[in-house]
Design a protein around this ligand. Structure first.
Ligand SMILES: [Mn+2]
Length: 411
């Protein structure tokens, strides 16, 4: 049985806070990615397309997205492709006040509650070629483990399970709410050949035999969701490891360029050259041909341009220039811990306010001293070891920043 595994499509994400041009393009990009998925499913002869939750971002569904979605699903069902959609926490099935009803085409199975539903998948001649068992979220805050209720399949045909879940310990799980948490061991021991998962947006394989995979979201939506995004085309066989192929589907890619301590760059031209060089070397290893780029340029630490780069207007201007140079749809320039290029070591051990401040900062960062009440002041993780990690992170490069601030106060 051949399936296309999609997840976390998030139609009609608002992309608030961006210009209407960018917002319009990003919303369209999600629809384009879905259409690309349907193209590939038809091209490659998929028997079923599975959507592992969060098809919609929220309660509101635009007329444009509804028309588009139903049109794409009809392209699949018209060719006999089974579509199974299991709801997630963004698009729960039976919660009151959710979006208006959608007239799903025949051949689309919507599973909107936690009771596992078994759906047959048919081949070209109408014969059953495999089974999909799916469970959905009925509410926006499903805290139960939905995987434990999946029945053990015992037939001779390929068996796929479809679920929106946070698998405990999966990569990047911590950036998602722990809804419908499941243990990997439960999934592995359940008797299925392939688990098509949604919820965690980072694509990853949790197990090869049986296959347990997150497809990741179909189109990146934030600067954190970098790299190629798309779906998984999976050849499922009973009792064997499935063959899994990643298909890039997203037209827009988010990427990041980090410039650490550009102390030798004293002009805007120099900065643009440096960002351009860094961008070209990143793209040499990962060209992303045809992608439209959303780029975040992060400038960090010591730079003679620290005053200019601390100013939002200057950063906006630099971003606009970089859009042309990097051939990107948008470049956002961000500054982190900027300070003048100064030699911290020259000032260390001085018998004055500056020397004492540097000394304190170093000891604080390395956990040699504790400031009473600091844990309460900081909005950080609760336990002491995490606090130390947190302090370490926020104080990284802190000496240079303190030094340059104290010096400019003195001057
Ligand atoms: Mn999601």
């Amino acid at each position: 049985m051949r399936i296309l595994h999609l997840a976390d499509i998030h139609l009609d994400t608002s992309f608030q806070g961006r210009s209407s041009r960018i917002r319009g393009r990003l919303r369209q990009a999600t629809r384009d990615a879905l259409r690309n998925g349907v193209d590939v499913a038809l091209d490659r002869g998929a028997h079923a397309v599975l959507i592992a939750g969060d098809l919609f971002d929220g309660d509101r569904l635009s007329f444009e997205s509804e028309r588009f979605l139903l049109g794409q699903l009809q392209r699949l069902t018209a060719e006999g492709v089974t579509v199974v959609y299991a709801t997630g926490n963004h698009d729960p099935g039976s919660a009151p006040g959710t979006r208006r009803p959608v007239e799903w085409p025949n051949g689309v199975a919507v599973v909107a509650d936690p009771t596992p539903t078994r759906i047959p998948v048919h081949g070209q001649d109408g014969e059953v070629v495999g089974w999909v068992t799916a469970a959905g979220h009925a509410t926006a805050r499903e805290t139960r483990d939905l995987a434990v209720a999946f029945p053990r399949p015992d037939g001779p045909l390929p068996e796929v399970a479809l679920l929106h879940t946070q698998v405990v310990g999966s990569r990047d799980a911590e950036s998602h709410d722990p809804y419908a948490p499941a243990e990997l061991d439960t999934l592995i021991g359940a008797g299925y050949d392939y688990w098509a998962l949604g919820h965690v947006h980072a694509r990853q394989s949790l197990s090869d035999l049986p296959g347990v995979h997150y497809a990741g979201n179909i189109q990146g939506r934030t600067p954190r969701e970098r790299g190629a995004k798309g779906g998984l085309l999976v050849e499922v066989r009973r009792g064997f490891a499935p063959q899994v192929e990643f298909l890039p589907l997203a037209p827009v890619r988010w990427e990041e360029v980090v410039l650490d301590d550009p102390i030798d760059v004293g002009s805007v031209d120099g900065l643009i050259r440096l960002a351009g060089d860094r961008w070209r070397s990143l793209r040499a290893g990962d060209p992303g041909v045809g992608a439209e780029w959303m780029v975040r340029v992060v400038i960090r630490g010591a730079t003679p341009l620290w005053r200019e780069l601390s100013d939002e207007e200057d950063r906006l201007h630099l971003g606009a220039e970089l859009e042309a140079v990097l051939q990107a749809m948008e470049v956002q320039v961000e500054a982190e811990h900027l300070h003048a290029p100064v030699s911290v070591d020259e000032h260390r051990g001085r018998d004055d306010v500056l020397g004492a401040a540097l000394d304190l900062l170093t000891k604080l960062r390395d956990g040699q001293v504790e400031l009473p009440g600091l844990a309460e002041e900081l909005v950080g993780p609760p336990d002491a070891r995490d606090l130390q990690d947190y302090l370490h992170r926020i104080l990284e490069g802190g000496e240079g920043e303190v030094l340059s601030r104290l010096r400019s106060e003195q001057e």
